[in-house]
Design a protein around this ligand. Structure first.
Ligand SMILES: [Zn+2]
Length: 480
């Protein structure tokens, strides 16, 4: 083991943790040794290897992004926007997902994962939860990029499809998804604690309507045995909500509660179409069940708001005592945008300004995520916590003037204002440069991958429509 050096950053503003909450420390110093913070305060007497003097910077905890699909999210761009079929209650899941997924090549997945790692670091994510089915490739890029990652290998009992553009049908696999589940559990055992424990795992049964009750119960038991978190897409569309009522006579969250699935180690994405809200128009206290069972919600505001769907409401879930976390899900994979839209959309839904505050959404993006993962050493700048920190430049055109740094970050910051990122004690980004990642080369790779995907979409679409029929461009082509 090399001698672990003590490093420090001295900054004009530090968002430090004290007595159970974030506090604003002016002109503070944060010292870390190896991957652990060993001191936070005004001064430090001990010996230091390297000190970064940054009077013009704001140091905050890194952001925890609890729901992402690195292998596909950048490929949502330039295609899914402005599209949301009314016959599926605005959800794009039933038509667009199958059309797109079959058209992404293996190289396209790799290009998307590498691009995503760069995008995530540049926009403030220090811990990522990867929900999808390309775990090995995500682990590889997490190891190279320096991201802290929770990675799963998703599985399910069947899949949905449509063959007429208005009804949702299900095709069930012969083994109920058992082989994929076994592989996912083996994936956890093989990868838990890699990269000096920077990489961990979890179980990700895909969706509440595509995983059988039997496989969900098996997943619940395995998560307890393996001591890993458990994630599930739930209450993410009206068709899914009504399908579970058709099958079980209960809302999805009521049903998950009945089969013993919910709990403090469970993170539901997205829990928006829930009983007790106008989206579901169904009498059930789903939000109360989430609160009472300690179940966590991964709130990815943008993937819904983009289509005209909004949680009713982030602030009401918080007030009821649900542990809320923040996630990006689709593109842009920016936690800055995710915090901002969460705050603003909740205010709109509530017709109130003083709810879903900068404090609330920043807490959700840090302490909320840490709680969902069962970690008291993440999401905070405190002695004993992991050294995951962001340095924000306070002098940029969108940042100045700074009085309350968290309000500036939530309501005004752009990714250019994020100067540097330290993850697990290592400078993963310095002055907006992520070591080992070439933005131009990655964008070129992604463009090629997207063009291949756009060209192949009619194969997976039930009606054989091409990209321009599925998603016409904003303006027609100019004809010289
Ligand atoms: Zn998802």
């Amino acid at each position: 083991m090399p001698q672990m050096q003590r490093n420090a950053v001295r900054a004009g503003h530090v968002i430090a943790f004290q007595d159970g909450e974030h506090r604003h420390l002016r002109d503070g110093i944060v010292v870390w040794q190896g991957n652990e913070i060993i001191h936070v305060g005004k001064e430090f007497d001990g010996e230091l290897h390297a000190v970064r003097d940054a009077p013009g910077m704001i140091v905050t905890p890194g952001l925890i992004n609890t729901h992402a699909h690195l292998s596909e999210s950048p490929l949502d761009k330039s295609f899914v926007e402005d599209r949301g079929p009314r016959q599926f209650y605005l959800s794009g899941l039933i038509e667009f997902l199958p059309a797109r997924d079959g058209a992404i090549t293996q190289e396209g997945r790799q290009a998307s994962i590498a691009f995503s790692a760069l995008e995530l670091v540049r926009t403030g994510t220090t811990t990522i939860m990867e929900i999808g089915a390309f775990g090995d490739a995500v682990i590889d890029v997490a190891e190279r990029s320096g991201l802290r990652a929770y990675v799963a290998q998703s599985y399910r009992s069947g899949r949905w499809y449509t063959d007429d553009g208005r009804s949702v049908k299900y095709q069930w696999f012969e083994d109920d998804g058992r082989a994929a589940f076994d592989a996912a559990a083996a994936f956890c055992e093989a990868n838990e604690g890699r990269a000096d424990d920077r990489i961990r795992t979890f179980l990700s049964p895909a969706q509440v309507d595509t995983v059988s009750g039997e496989l969900l119960k098996r997943s619940r038991a395995a998560a307890t045995d393996l001591r890993v978190p458990l994630a599930l897409h739930t209450s993410q569309s009206v068709p899914e909500f009504t399908e579970i009522i058709r099958r079980h006579g209960k809302s999805p969250i009521e049903w998950l509660h009945e089969i013993g699935f919910l709990g403090r180690d469970v993170i539901l994405g997205h829990a928006i179409i829930v009983g007790g809200t106008s989206w579901a128009n169904f009498h059930a206290d789903d939000i109360g069940i989430l609160a009472d069972t300690g179940t966590n919600v991964a709130h990815a505001v943008w993937v819904f708001a983009r289509r005209g769907i909004a949680m009713e409401s982030f602030s009401k879930y918080l007030a009821r005592g649900v542990n809320m976390t923040i996630a990006t899900d689709t593109c842009p994979q920016s936690m800055i945008e995710a915090m901002r839209w969460t705050a603003v959309v909740s205010k709109i839904m509530d017709r109130r300004t003083e709810v879903a505050t900068a404090r609330d959404v920043f807490n959700a993006a840090t302490l909320g995520g840490a709680k969902a993962l069962g970690r008291d050493d993440l999401g905070r700048i405190a002695k004993g916590a992991k050294a995951d920190m962001l340095l924000w430049d306070k002098a940029g055109i969108s940042m100045a003037p700074v009085r309350d740094p968290i309000r500036n970050i939530v309501y005004s910051a752009q990714s250019e204002d994020l100067h540097s990122s330290i993850i697990d004690g290592r400078w993963v980004m310095r002055d907006r440069q992520v070591e080992g990642f070439d933005p131009h080369a990655l964008a070129g790779r992604l463009q090629n991958a997207a063009e291949q995907m756009w060209g192949g979409m009619q194969k997976g679409d039930w009606a054989g429509r091409n990209i321009d029929e599925l998603s016409p461009e904003s303006f027609p082509e100019f004809r010289p």
